[in-house]
Design a protein around this ligand. Structure first.
Ligand SMILES: [Zn+2]
Length: 284
């Protein structure tokens, strides 16, 4: 009888230890599961919340660009109308260093120019956008990332201008004054969708192709006349050199280098959405 009780007790002890171990194992697994699942849950909630916030912001921004975003604060200077005027325009920037040197060269002669910026570069160098704006130069737009707009859907075209304006607005507090389509690529659809006048050029320095300061200077000094719009790019070193060299020469020849808005204002030209500006003598 005693033996049986002992055995039973032993079995019961063994059973109790096994049960305790089992309970401990179950609890450990449970705690582990809770920690893991808790962690996963927390992350997934956060990620979803993040996505939701981003989407909500995009919604607000797209509404803002359409209607609420301030038109440019830029006011053209009153230009002496008896002067010969040339609008200098710089595409594809802003860029660190080169744009700033162009600004310095302009300031030295008390000249101004128009900068057709890419949204993605405006986002990269907001301080340079601000410098262009604060120095009295004209901040205009050249799309978000330089696609040929005639190949894009209506929504994609709209998005190129909106996204660009968001970056410019963030940097200088107002959207681009006017728009220059990449490659000068235009059709009726682009004209209908892009908000504001479309500014092209009538003197192409081909600075992007020659990458030669001498060739760029020659093109400007031999071709540019009163009322012209000159195309350059403030992302190439030879272009900066050409600008630094050519501005005092143009001043000595009695020219005023100005922004596109100043040129149009001085010539009494009023442009509206869909108008294509090639020079002060040619508006389509
Ligand atoms: Zn371009």
């Amino acid at each position: 009888m005693r033996r049986v009780v002992r055995r039973r007790r032993r079995r019961w002890r063994k059973g109790r230890v096994a049960a305790l171990l089992l309970i401990a194992a179950v609890m450990a697994a449970g705690i582990g599961f809770l920690i893991r699942s808790g962690g996963t849950k927390y992350n997934s909630v956060n990620r979803k919340l993040g996505e939701y916030i981003v989407q909500a912001n995009e919604g607000i921004l797209s509404k803002d660009t359409g209607e609420k975003m301030k038109k440019s604060l830029y006011v053209p200077r009153k230009i002496d109308k008896s002067k010969k005027l040339i609008a200098f325009t710089f595409d594809d920037g802003p860029s660190r260093g080169k744009t700033e040197r162009v600004l310095k060269a302009l300031e030295k002669e008390d000249f101004r120019a128009t900068f057709f910026m890419l949204g993605e570069n405006a986002q990269r160098y907001p301080d340079v956008v601000e410098k262009v704006c604060k120095s009295g130069n004209e901040v205009s737009g050249h799309s978000w990332n330089h696609p040929l707009l005639t190949k894009l859907s209506n929504d994609q075209i709209r998005n190129q201008q909106d996204k660009m304006n968001q970056a410019i607005y963030k940097a200088c507090g107002s959207k681009a004054v006017s728009f220059r389509p990449p490659y000068g690529g235009l059709n009726d659809n682009v004209k209908k969708i892009i908000d504001g006048p479309l500014v092209l050029w009538n003197i192409d320095t081909l600075d992007w192709k020659t990458k030669s300061a001498k060739a760029t200077e020659k093109m400007i000094l031999e071709k540019a006349q009163d009322g012209d719009i000159v195309l350059m790019h403030d992302i190439h070193e030879p272009t900066v050199q050409a600008v630094e060299h050519v501005l005092p020469i143009l001043k000595a020849r009695g020219y005023e280098v100005c922004t596109v808005s100043e040129l149009l204002e001085a010539k009494g030209i009023h442009v509206k959405k869909g108008d294509v500006v090639i020079s002060a003598h040619q508006i389509k």
